[in-house]
Write a protein that binds this ligand. Structure first.
Ligand SMILES: Nc1ncnc2c1ncn2[C@@H]1O[C@H](COP(=O)(O)OP(=O)(O)OP(=O)(O)O)[C@@H](O)[C@H]1O
Ligand SMILES: [Mg+2]
Length: 226
């Protein structure tokens, strides 16, 4: 599998609310190195979530390019963007984003079902991933029966289910106490070091400095230092 750096050039994102325009990204240039953890930080409203959503193919830029493995996300057809999200990207959000009626194991299995992975392979991968994040004993619990830290670890297993090349984490420790926050951040480092994932981490947690290979500072829709 080819894993390339992610290169964004002159990225512009304008949100339109009726007649009002909000310029969230104003010509952002950055390279996020393959297989490394890049910590993206900056004040509220500077465009961090917007950037992650664009790199993850959840939204499209107004202008500019996002190069991933020789593809420019800005030019992909809708179908190709769906396939990109499914096959290449894992998302970890602040509020865990697990399906409440499914068990931990079923949550991890779900993206594999969507991708058409066969049953026996799915079962083995679910076991491996739950063990890798340290919640194998919680496989049959539903999210509301798990602690916040356990839920976020399951969410990381979900993000890894289809073996993406990119993991995008937006304030993954925002709802956790410092002990669980450190655990989750260390797990993201492992995801990069041991599995070779390209991790983009948006976080206000100072512990992020200890797991980051690269730190990028944003302000007002641009990178101001890295
Ligand atoms: N869907 C949207 N429609 C209109 N404006 C939006 C939308 N999403 C974000 N914005 C605006 O774009 C700007 C950047 O928002 P974004 O969510 O990317 O910031 P952020 O850096 O993630 O902030 P925070 O640290 O608070 O999460 C803000 O001014 C925000 O109000
Ligand atoms: Mg945000």
């Amino acid at each position: 599998m080819t894993v390339s750096d992610i290169t964004v050039s002159d990225l512009i994102k304008v949100y339109k609310r009726g007649k009002l325009e909000v310029i969230a990204l104003r010509g952002l240039d950055a390279t996020f190195p393959a297989g490394k953890v890049t910590w993206v930080r900056g004040p509220s409203g500077c465009g961090k979530t917007t950037l992650l959503n664009l790199v993850g193919g959840l939204d499209r830029p107004t202008a500019g390019s996002i190069l991933v493995d020789d593809a420019n996300l800005a030019h992909l057809a809708d179908k190709e963007l769906v396939a990109y999200r499914r096959d290449k990207v894992g998302f970890v959000f602040q509020f865990f984003n697990l399906v409440p009626v499914l068990t931990a194991a079923e949550n991890v299995e779900l993206p594999m079902r969507v991708a058409g992975v066969v049953g026996a392979t799915r079962d083995a991968r679910v076991q491996e991933l739950l063990a890798a994040v340290g919640v194998e004993k919680r496989a049959r619990q539903r999210p509301d029966e798990l602690s916040g830290g356990e839920q976020q670890r399951v969410a990381i297993a979900v993000a890894l289910a289809n073996d993406p090349t990119i993991v995008l984490a937006d304030e993954p420790t925002g709802e956790l106490d410092s002990e669980n926050a450190t655990l989750v951040l260390d797990l993201l480092r492992t995801v990069s070091r041991d599995r070779g994932k390209t991790v983009l981490l948006v976080s206000h947690d100072p512990h992020a400095s200890q797991i980051a290979d690269v730190t990028v500072d944003m302000a007002d829709g641009r990178i101001v230092s890295s």
